[in-house]
Design a protein around this ligand. Structure first.
Ligand SMILES: Cc1cc2nc3c(=O)[nH]c(=O)nc-3n(C[C@H](O)[C@H](O)[C@H](O)COP(=O)(O)O)c2cc1C
Length: 272
């Protein structure tokens, strides 16, 4: 890519962040049918997740939880409990109620116009009581469905997982990698060409809640924005157009003994 082409691409990308003022009739205003609030189950075989979150051992000092929020990239590869797994999913996308006559979901995170344009696909590597593989979270029921088994001992499968996060090998030692897709039309129906701007803002709330869960539960995670969307889509089975994967976050068990190794990820700062 030439420098000129690079500059043009940057200007185009900046456009995404503007709120465009030109008046237009959104599909909502045109009274076109509203897209479903959540994606339908993909398999029909649901695994309900426990919700007795009061039994989870976790820090309840809010200041400590916020202050302890950080990225961790060194995982000790211990299993995480099904209850912790369930809590992390609920905290990111759990549905608490419905607004109006099926107009919107009210969730544990905010979303512009309450559109909640995301689906979560946890890749389970080491969670008690679940087969390893790619699951789909059903936020209305706090349940998951297994889409595809995936053995962490299968080198070809793990090679794909590594490529999906553009070679960031630390993710492979996580107990679970939460992949997020965006279902564009949920936002576009209401906000048209301004939707992409606010949908990206929404995504930050989802992973921030996950970061805070990690801090409270003594787990570690690291948001990953640099991923291979096409490969993620084919791993999960998404069309890559109306719905595609755009973000993920591995979460695993951590130990304070590994702080030097954690800091090793910033060793480039010590180089001239
Ligand atoms: C949207 C987003 C994308 C990120 N992508 C990556 C990534 O691809 N690889 C990575 O190692 N860290 C990634 N991070 C983590 C940041 O590098 C990290 O938050 C930052 O260095 C600050 O460190 P802290 O989270 O420990 O405060 C990402 C964070 C966010 C919010």
């Amino acid at each position: 890519m030439t420098e000129q082409e690079k500059k043009e691409r940057i200007i185009k990308s900046r456009e995404l962040i503007h709120w465009h003022k030109e008046p237009f009739d959104s599909d909502q205003k045109l009274q076109l049918p509203q897209p479903p609030l959540v994606k339908e189950p993909m398999t029909g075989e649901l695994i309900p997740l426990p919700m007795n979150f009061e039994d989870l051992p976790m820090c309840d000092d809010f200041v400590k939880i916020i202050n302890g929020r950080r990225s961790n990239r060194v995982y000790t590869q211990q299993p995480i409990s099904l209850l912790a797994f369930s809590f992390m999913l609920w905290a990111q996308q759990g549905v608490k109620g419905i607004r109006g006559n099926n107009y919107a979901t009210l969730r544990t995170v905010p979303s512009a116009g309450a559109r909640h344009p995301f689906e979560v696909y946890p890749l389970v590597l080491n969670v008690e009581g679940l087969k390893p593989g790619i699951y789909h979270y059903l936020p209305m029921k706090n349940a998951v469905e297994l889409l595809k088994e995936g053995d962490p001992a299968d080198e070809a499968f793990m090679a794909d997982v590594k490529t999906s996060v553009r070679g960031q090998a630390f993710a492979l030692k996580a107990s679970v990698i939460f992949y997020y897709s965006i279902t564009q039309y949920r936002g576009e129906w209401r906000y048209g060409f301004n939707s992409h701007r606010v949908m990206m803002m929404d995504a930050g709330h989802v992973t921030q809640n996950l970061y805070l869960c990690c801090s409270a539960l003594g787990l570690g995670g690291c948001a990953i924005g640099a991923l291979d969307s096409d490969l993620c889509d084919s791993m999960i089975g998404l069309d890559g157009k109306d719905e595609f994967c755009f973000y993920c976050m591995p979460v695993g068990t951590v130990s304070s003994d590994n702080e030097d190794a954690e800091q090793g990820f910033y060793a480039f700062l010590n180089k001239k």
